[in-house]
Design a protein around this ligand. Structure first.
Ligand code: GLN
Length: 535
């Protein structure tokens, strides 16, 4: 078996340069050349996982099929590569320390002082190698979160230094992403921050092999030469990443500069096969040449930070392209929606999505929104809490169950139509204790879900504690809200629909986590289709 090759992606100068997109684009190009690739993210924060973080902190929490709550970059990896990630693909400092401390308590280091070097760095290296250990991958790309020079990323950089030394430069390369700012007053692109950032990496023992420079303007040959000279990298290893209209364009731009061939050469791998990007380019063509336009409202409470709904926004991009439609997504704060303004606010839209969420803030706005979509026959997709709000609204206004609510919001609700799962009642810890990851769901024929999936058995990812309360099932069926998806083991309701409505679907799971460029999620595709025929 050939040795696994490692690519590390570090960032310098500022955060938010898009390391996740560069990592995903490189991975896509290598995959399109026939290599099997996975991407891992190392996050320097001390939370064990991002599951307990408010979305305002780091954006959306992405959930893998094996039930890990992870960084949103894993969503990009899956959307670009169309390959599942797992728990092993996201490691945090919290997880590293937890595991080292557990070993210490077990007595594994008996007699020794436990230190950052070698114990923490050994554990980091173990986690890096773990993803590539089952022989499934030719190449493992590891993105190091944070910015070079941060105190908390030091142990990660040190681990990369050690691995590079252990594995050799033909098996392990470093791509460093930096910023080349444009000073409009002097009309110049400036390379000094890049030089400083590489110097800092050198101080920590790492000579980057490739530099990717984020820039607003194209780099001249002179600038590339200058950066190459001052940073000890070959000229063809200085690559620019100019702002583009869609992130899905980035692999094409990187290939135009032969970044994939440069990487393969450095890793001593064959670059004989040109990447097959036909399907990817077809997608881009459709994305850029829409024949239709739809306006969809996303009603949620984290709308100030669009990253909080990253996977939903990307799912609409995939589903839009599949329908040759441009989807204009408008984020609406559910706290701003009330009895007196909801129809005014929601009137302009061809479709409405009520977003997932936790807690009581903004809940009545979401309930009103679901009611507006139901009464006015507007295509509606409710995800997780969004589905629960649609159920609450239907209970209150169609079945006339006064005071119907979720016990998450009102533990003493007269009609707890959404209630805590039995196995959740004794759970005290907040971290990693929800119903998480992939669960099977059986779909009823003659349903919108069946039309979408074309399949009676699906698996979808979950992240919630509360459920449709089956004690009310018959009342809902008799009044016209039908459970069209059921978990075969637990009998939990996973999908509800209103057959009398044009297109009304609520799902307890999160379809947005599994939409990819190559496999747009069928529910989003059908939802957008319903919105197009509505306008
Ligand atoms: N707060 C709800 C629950 O825990 C919904 C969660 C969600 O929307 N992800 O069941």
């Amino acid at each position: 078996m050939a040795e696994v090759k490692y690519i590390f992606v570090t960032g310098g100068v500022t955060s938010s340069l898009g390391k996740g997109i560069i990592s995903s684009s490189v991975a896509k190009l290598l995959q399109a050349r026939g290599y099997s690739v996975t991407i891992q993210k190392l996050d320097p924060y001390i939370n064990v996982d991002p599951g307990t973080l408010n979305p305002y902190e780091h954006g959306e929490c992405f959930v893998t099929i094996d039930g890990a709550e992870t960084d949103l970059d894993l969503g990009h990896y899956e959307r670009f590569l169309n390959v599942h990630t797992t728990q092993a693909n996201n490691v945090t400092t919290g997880r590293i320390y937890q595991s080292v401390i557990n070993k210490e308590r077990r007595g594994d280091y008996l007699g020794k002082t436990v230190q950052v070097i070698p114990h923490i760095t050994d554990e980091i290296k173990r986690c890096i190698k773990l993803v590539g250990s089952d022989g499934k991958y030719d190449i493992v790309i590891t993105e190091i979160g944070g910015t070079v020079g941060d105190i908390e990323s030091l142990p990660y950089i040190e681990s990369v230094r050690q691995l590079r030394w252990e594995l050799g430069p033909k098996n392990c390369i470093v791509i460093h992403l930096t910023l080349v700012p444009y000073l409009s007053a002097s009309g110049e692109l400036k390379t000094k921050p890049t030089q400083h950032s590489v110097k800092m990496l050198l101080e920590e023992g790492i000579q980057p092999d490739i530099l990717v420079l984020r820039t607003e303007k194209d780099l001249t040959t002179d600038i590339r030469k200058k950066v190459a000279l001052f940073c000890n990298v070959e000229e063809d290893a200085v690559v620019e990443s100019v702002d583009v209209s869609t992130i899905y364009e980035v692999p094409i731009r990187m290939h135009d500069q032969k970044l994939d061939s440069t990487i393969l050469r450095k890793l001593n791998l064959s670059s004989d096969n040109e990447p097959n990007l036909n399907k990817w380019k077809d997608f881009l063509l459709k994305l850029k040449n829409p024949k239709h336009e739809v306006n969809i409202a996303l009603v949620g409470k984290y709308v100030e930070l669009p990253d909080a709904y990253k996977s939903i926004a990307e799912s609409f991009i995939h589903a839009g392209a599949a329908n040759e439609a441009s989807v204009n997504l408008t984020y609406i704060h559910s706290e701003e929606i009330n009895e007196s303004n909801y129809s005014e606010i929601l009137k302009p839209f061809d479709g409405i999505l009520v977003a997932p969420g936790f807690g009581s803030r903004g809940i009545e706005g979401k309930v009103l929104t679901a009611g507006y979509a139901r009464v006015n026959n507007i295509p509606f997709l409710g995800i997780c809490l969004g589905m629960q709000c649609a159920v609450i609204e239907f209970a209150r206004n169609v079945i006339n169950l006064e005071g119907a609510h979720s016990t998450e919001i009102n533990p003493k609700a007269k009609h707890p139509v959404i209630d805590l799962m039995e196995e959740q009642k004794s759970v005290i810890d907040k971290g990693g204790t929800m119903r998480l990851g992939g669960y099977k769901c059986e779909i009823a024929k003659n349903s919108l879900a069946y039309t979408a999936y074309g399949n009676a058995e699906i698996t979808e990812r979950h992240r919630h504690r509360y459920e449709f309360n089956n004690q009310y099932l018959n009342e809902f069926i008799n009044a016209g809200m039908i459970p069209t998806g059921i978990n075969p083991q637990s009998n939990l309701v996973e999908i509800v629909e209103i057959p009398a409505h044009k297109w009304f679907v609520g799902v307890q799971f999160h379809p947005e986590y599994s939409s990819t460029v190559m496999r747009p999620h069928p529910l989003f595709v059908e939802f957008v289709k319903a919105c197009i025929s509505d306008n």
